[in-house]
Design a protein around this ligand. Structure first.
Ligand code: PEP
Ligand code: CO
Length: 503
């Protein structure tokens, strides 16, 4: 495993450092414990897990009771880590392989997990649909798939407005269940630090079940037929899935006849499943940050991968300061408006040694903007020699308000953004490394379109999200098939061109 020691910097380290004087000056108020004279803000010795507190913070709650907050933080600091640093390192290795085109990331889950909708069934159903999608992708595109849930910690939300009007009253916006309550009244919306404890325990329970399912037999490839959901059994995608499942079953029977059994081979019996969330609520993240006893580095042990949101990725802000010091793999959300110089500055800060697997850029540009905004960004970062895993989030640039008031997204627009993402990578000669979806294993009605042609009028039927609209299990599997097709074509451009020419 590569470390962040300067001696391990690869020869492809960034050619230009954009660490600006404004960045340095914005950090001048930080109380460093060691080496206060050193100018370089990227040196790891200068990082402290609480240094973010001295920098401008966006999208964070103001807790009315500082003593209550401090007591919760102290409590969280005593609780066991949710993940082990070695797992985060294993994920980074897999992401490094995907960065080189030897893997594809499937990242998915709720926009916002909720306390009220916590159930074993919904965890199982999310896992089922992600396992199905991974099977489809692996089988059709013969590409290893790295499965990462937006789960077991995705509780804090950035909002576009700090307040909203409800029944003529201005109340604080809902900011996720780890911060305040969805109920539309001022008392419920007041940030309560105790909610962080509940989020921790829910995450712990979720992770425990995910580990049990993925290591305890449920994810055994012999069960490939059993991962389907009852309510999608009649869908086209399910029929196509059944076909793949049958072929996998036959392949396993063949392998077993050759002596390759699930008892002998862990990859048949178990699977890796990683967790991720937006590192927004830094009080929570700091409290779960621990020094790894094996290598002495800090890891944010609330999840394997943490990401910086579109609204909090300023290199001069508290969130970037916090994340630069933890050694987990990181995601960075990136809209069509992202300034390239600022992104480079952020990359210098977060990944000064240009370690492959450390940074995934999760582009969420919108179907309308991606064809013009992605190519120049790709070219700039490629020219700079940055090791980036490119992931497409086709959800967050495509949210619309339906005529009946529901926030929704159209399946067609989502697919259009994914197709353009692949087309751009094809023409630039780069690797489309993954997709990031807001999805659930439940049969919700939050996004319109898909094989069942869900209409605006259906949105009211089962609209359960606390925040953004998610693909339901059937729609997510459909996306899985379409992406598998795009990925297979991406890997065989010559065969495809020849096929087209022969038509
Ligand atoms: C999200 O992923 O739910 C989110 C808020 O994303 P973004 O930061 O890209 O807007
Ligand atoms: Co969202």
């Amino acid at each position: 495993m590569s470390s962040s020691a300067p001696s391990s910097a690869p020869s492809s380290a960034p050619s230009s450092s954009l660490a600006s004087s404004s960045l340095a000056s914005s950090r001048s108020s930080v109380r460093w414990t060691k080496d206060p004279e050193t100018k370089n803000p990227l040196t790891k010795d200068l990082w402290r897990k609480d240094a973010w507190r001295n920098l401008p913070r966006l999208q964070m709650p103001e807790y009315p009771d500082a003593a209550a907050l401090r007591s919760v933080e102290h409590n969280l600091e005593q609780l066991p880590p949710l993940v082990f640093a070695g797992e985060a390192r294993a994920l980074e290795r897999r992401l490094a392989q995907a960065t080189e085109g030897k893997g594809f990331v499937l990242q998915g889950g709720d926009c916002a997990e909720s306390f009220a909708q916590y159930s074993a069934e919904s965890i199982r159903d999310l896992l089922k649909v992600m396992l199905e999608m991974a099977v489809v992708l692996t089988f059709s595109a013969t590409c290893p798939v790295v499965k990462i849930g937006r789960v077991a910690g995705q509780f804090a939300k950035p909002r576009s407005a700090p307040t909203e009007i409800h029944s003529g009253q201005e109340i604080p916006s809902y900011r996720g269940d780890s911060i305040n309550d969805l109920a539309p009244n001022a008392a419920a919306r007041t940030p309560d630090p105790q909610r962080m404890i509940q989020a921790y325990h829910q995450s712990s329970g979720t992770l425990n079940l995910l580990r049990a399912f993925t290591q305890g037999g449920f994810a055994d490839l012999h069960k490939v037929h059993q991962w389907t959901h009852n309510f999608v059994k009649e869908s086209q995608a399910h029929i196509a899935y059944r076909d793949i499942a049958q072929r996998i079953t036959e392949a396993i029977a063949f392998m077993e006849a050759c002596g390759i059994t699930s008892q002998a081979v862990a990859q048949v019996r178990e699977t890796d499943f990683y967790t991720s969330h937006e590192a927004l609520l830094l009080h929570y993240e700091e409290a779960l940050t621990r020094k790894d006893s094996l290598n002495g580095e800090y890891y944010d042990c609330s999840a394997h991968l943490l990401w910086l949101g579109e609204r909090t990725r300023s290199p001069a802000g508290a969130h970037a300061e916090f994340l630069r010091g933890v050694h987990n793999p990181l995601g960075v959300k990136c809209s069509a408006d992202a300034k390239h110089d600022e992104l480079l500055q952020l990359l210098d800060l977060l990944n000064p040694h240009n370690r492959a697997g450390r940074i995934s850029l999760i582009v969420r540009m919108g179907a309308e903007n991606i064809s013009s905004a992605l190519p120049p960004l790709l070219r700039r970062l490629t020219k700079e020699g940055r090791n980036i895993l490119w992931i497409c989030d086709p959800m967050h640039g495509n949210t619309v308000r339906a005529a009946n008031g529901y926030k929704t997204r159209s399946f067609q627009t989502i697919m259009h953004e994914i197709e353009t993402f692949f087309a751009v990578h094809r023409s630039e000669g780069t690797w489309p490394g993954g997709i990031h979806l807001e999805m659930t294993g439940d049969s919700v009605t939050e996004c319109i379109g898909g094989a069942r042609a869900l209409k605006e009028a259906n949105l009211a039927d089962r609209y359960h999200t606390h925040c953004d609209p998610r693909l339901n299990a059937e729609q997510a599997l459909e996306v899985g098939f379409l992406v598998a097709d795009l990925l297979a074509k991406h890997q065989k451009p010559h065969a495809e061109t020849a096929k087209q020419a022969a038509k």
